[in-house]
Design a protein around this ligand. Structure first.
Ligand code: BGC
Length: 261
C-alpha cells in the first residue's frame, strides 16, 4: 500500500489463536503475530482425565468459545507427540487413544476454525526464534525443553525441521530424557550440581552430532537456569528461553498463521 493512497492504516494487530495442550493444562490465547504477545488474557482449563480426544475436544470448544475471534482466525495447537499432517504418532502424558487420531480434524470440528497442529517443543522453539531468545540468530538453533520429558526443536535459518525427538537419543544405554529431564532430577532428589553432569553428557552429545550455533533451554526449570547452565562446559552458547510458558501458544499461533498465508 503506497503512502499517498490516503487510506487510514488499520491499527488492530494481525492475530491468530494459540492453544497449548499439555498433560495437566490446556492454555489458549489470541496472539499478536508481530510481537508474540497475547492480545487478551490467557485462559487455562485443567486437562480432563482421562484426556481422551472427546474430552479434550470439549475443552477446546470451551476455550476458543470464551474469546471473541473473527471466524477466519487460524488456530494453532501444540501437542506433546510426533505430529504429521495433523495426526498424532505418539502420545506423551496424554491418553494413548490419541495415537492415530487426526488432531486438526478434532479441533476443527470442536471450534469451527481451521486448525494446524504442531509438536509442543517445535512450537516453543519456533516462538523463541520468532520472538524470543533466538530472534535473529542465523544458522542452526536447538531449543531444548527440560520438563517431564525432553522436547527438542531444530531450526535452521528460521526454518523449523519438525519432529526431531532428540529427547529420546540413546545415551549410555538410556533413553536420554529418563536421565536428564527435569522430572528425573525431581524424582531422584538430585541437586543442580548432581544433575549437571547428566546435562553435560546430553548437550555434549548433541553438540558433537549437530554442531549447532545456539542452544536455548526451555521448560519450567529454565527459570532456575543460573543454577545449572554455568556448570556446563560447551563450545556452543547455551541460554535460557525468554517466553517461558507462553512460548507454545505464541509458536502455535505463528505457525498456524504462516500456514494460512
Ligand atoms: C515427547 C515429545 C515431546 C517432549 C516434551 C517427549 O517425551 O516424545 O514429543 O515434545 O516429550 O513434551
Amino acid at each position: 500500500m503506497g503512502k499517498s493512497d490516503g487510506k487510514k492504516k488499520s491499527t488492530s494487530p494481525k492475530v491468530a489463536f494459540g492453544i497449548d495442550i499439555g498433560g495437566s493444562g490446556i492454555k489458549g490465547a489470541p496472539v499478536d503475530l508481530a510481537t508474540g504477545e497475547f492480545t487478551q488474557e490467557r485462559v487455562r482449563i485443567p486437562t480432563p482425565q482421562p484426556s481422551t480426544p472427546e474430552a479434550v475436544a470439549r475443552v477446546l470448544g470451551e476455550s476458543v468459545g470464551s474469546f471473541d475471534l473473527p471466524g477466519d482466525a487460524p488456530i494453532g495447537l501444540t501437542f506433546p507427540a510426533i505430529i504429521k499432517h495433523g495426526a498424532a504418532y505418539s502420545a506423551a502424558n496424554v491418553d494413548q487413544s490419541w495415537i492415530g487420531t487426526n488432531i486438526a480434524d478434532v479441533a476443527r470440528e470442536a471450534t469451527g476454525h481451521e486448525a494446524v497442529v504442531v509438536n509442543d517443543a517445535d512450537a516453543a522453539g519456533f516462538a523463541e526464534v520468532a520472538y524470543g531468545a533466538a530472534k535473529g540468530v542465523p544458522g542452526l538453533v536447538f531449543v531444548i525443553t527440560l520438563g517431564t520429558g525432553i522436547g527438542s526443536a531444530m531450526i535452521h535459518n528460521g526454518v523449523l525441521i519438525p519432529n526431531a525427538e532428540l529427547g529420546h537419543l540413546e545415551i549410555d544405554g538410556y533413553d536420554a530424557e529418563t536421565r536428564a529431564a527435569s522430572s528425573a532430577r525431581e524424582r531422584e532428589g538430585l541437586s543442580y550440581e548432581e544433575w549437571a553432569p547428566r546435562l553435560q553428557r546430553y548437550f555434549s552429545h548433541l553438540e558433537f552430532l549437530f554442531s549447532p550455533d545456539l542452544f536455548v533451554i526451555g521448560g519450567g526449570v529454565s527459570k532456575k537456569a543460573d543454577k545449572f547452565l554455568p556448570l556446563l562446559d560447551l563450545r556452543t552458547p547455551i541460554i535460557p528461553a525468554l517466553l517461558r510458558n507462553d512460548a507454545g501458544i505464541a509458536g502455535a499461533a505463528a505457525l498456524a498463521a504462516a500456514e494460512a498465508e
